[in-house]
Design a protein around this ligand. Structure first.
Ligand SMILES: Cc1cc2nc3c(=O)[nH]c(=O)nc-3n(C[C@H](O)[C@H](O)[C@H](O)COP(=O)(O)O)c2cc1C
Length: 307
């Protein structure tokens, strides 16, 4: 057996590490292998060149600049698409929230993500109001519960109330308990109030407003037009829900019918803004449940058409 000294061992380890490093570096430079790390890059716009500035009419919105896109390898593209699909498949609308805190910077990231949505003529016709103040949440809850009681009693069709039954059953049980089991099967009895505890229990409420127009132009005094407002804000809310899910949080996409104006006034929003959605955001309460569904969603054969 050969006798290898300590210093020879160290030299051998150093040489083999150096060879490995060179091989890995050269492999990464092989054409087709030089893929960026997925989390490393941010797709980004270039800056206008001198030529573009010279040709432009002075309005920098009229330049076109290169779009910088770092193309990933197909396996990365596939992996990303699968990962998002799996994550979104786990999303459910939650109606029972814990009051565990969620840091403001996380909510800020989520809202900034929503605001990256495309919009008609890039008017970005949305305002997101993030509410943490318990007094404001309590006032909103009171308004929504009052209006929702009227909605159930008189504004909503019976088929609508029936469609909502599977989602509301837990809340209905609470209602029944408060009235010694007198709750009717399709609408609440006249002497009870609908409870929306999630509006105060979730650490954040996000009120999304759509801007029907952009206010008055200070130069001309004319209204600044917004286009495809409904579609644009709907897409932004889709981004918002996906960002909430991606952050490992939960939400309830809710439409507080009848309380829109009161909430707008409470939040001091101008009257070109209309409440679009109200979303509690946070973690699920211990023991939170969701309506059972089987299958959970329509099969893709019913929702996707390939040609
Ligand atoms: C525009 C819109 C409005 C909704 N309004 C309410 C609501 O006011 N209250 C509620 O409990 N759920 C509301 N939902 C949640 C739906 O009931 C829920 O998304 C649907 O049952 C599917 O369940 P899932 O989100 O768990 O997949 C709303 C959803 C959307 C998209």
């Amino acid at each position: 057996m050969t006798n290898v000294s300590q210093s020879e061992k160290i030299a051998l380890v150093a040489i083999s590490s150096a060879i490995t490093a060179v091989l890995v570096y050269r492999w990464s430079k092989t054409p087709g292998r030089n893929v960026p790390d997925e989390d490393d890059f941010v797709a980004h716009q270039g800056e206008p060149g001198a030529q573009q500035q010279k040709q432009g009419d002075g309005d920098d919105r009229h330049f076109h600049v290169p779009y910088i896109h770092q193309r990933l390898a197909l396996w990365q593209i596939r992996r990303r698409s699968e990962k998002l699909l799996r994550n979104c498949q786990q999303r459910r609308t939650l109606r029972f929230f814990s009051n565990d805190a969620v840091p403001k910077d996380v909510i800020s990231n989520i809202l900034q993500t929503a605001a990256t949505a495309p919009s008609g003529a890039h008017k970005q016709p949305w305002t997101f109001v993030a509410i943490k103040d318990p007094r404001i949440k309590q006032k909103i809850r009171a308004m929504v519960e009052e209006e929702e009681t009227i909605n159930y009693k008189s504004r909503m069709r019976k088929t609508w109330v029936d469609d909502l039954k599977p989602m509301m059953s837990s809340l209905h049980q609470e209602m029944a308990a408060t009235t010694n089991g007198e709750a009717s099967s399709s609408s609440p009895p006249p002497n009870i109030r609908i409870e929306k505890p999630y509006l105060t229990e979730a650490p954040w409420l996000i009120a999304v407003f759509k801007q029907t127009h952009g206010g008055l132009d200070p130069d001309t005094g004319k209204r600044i037009d917004h286009y495809y407002v409904q579609e644009s804000v709907g897409i932004a809310c889709g981004f918002l829900c996906a960002a909430i899910q991606n952050a490992n949080l939960c939400t309830l996409t809710s439409t507080p019918m009848g309380a829109e104006k009161g909430i707008r006034e409470l939040l001091d929003r101008p009257d070109n803004e209309k409440l679009f959605l109200l979303l509690p955001v946070g973690f699920p309460a211990a023991g939170a449940t969701v309506p059972y569904r089987n299958p959970e969603r329509k099969p893709s054969s019913e929702t996707i058409v390939w040609k």
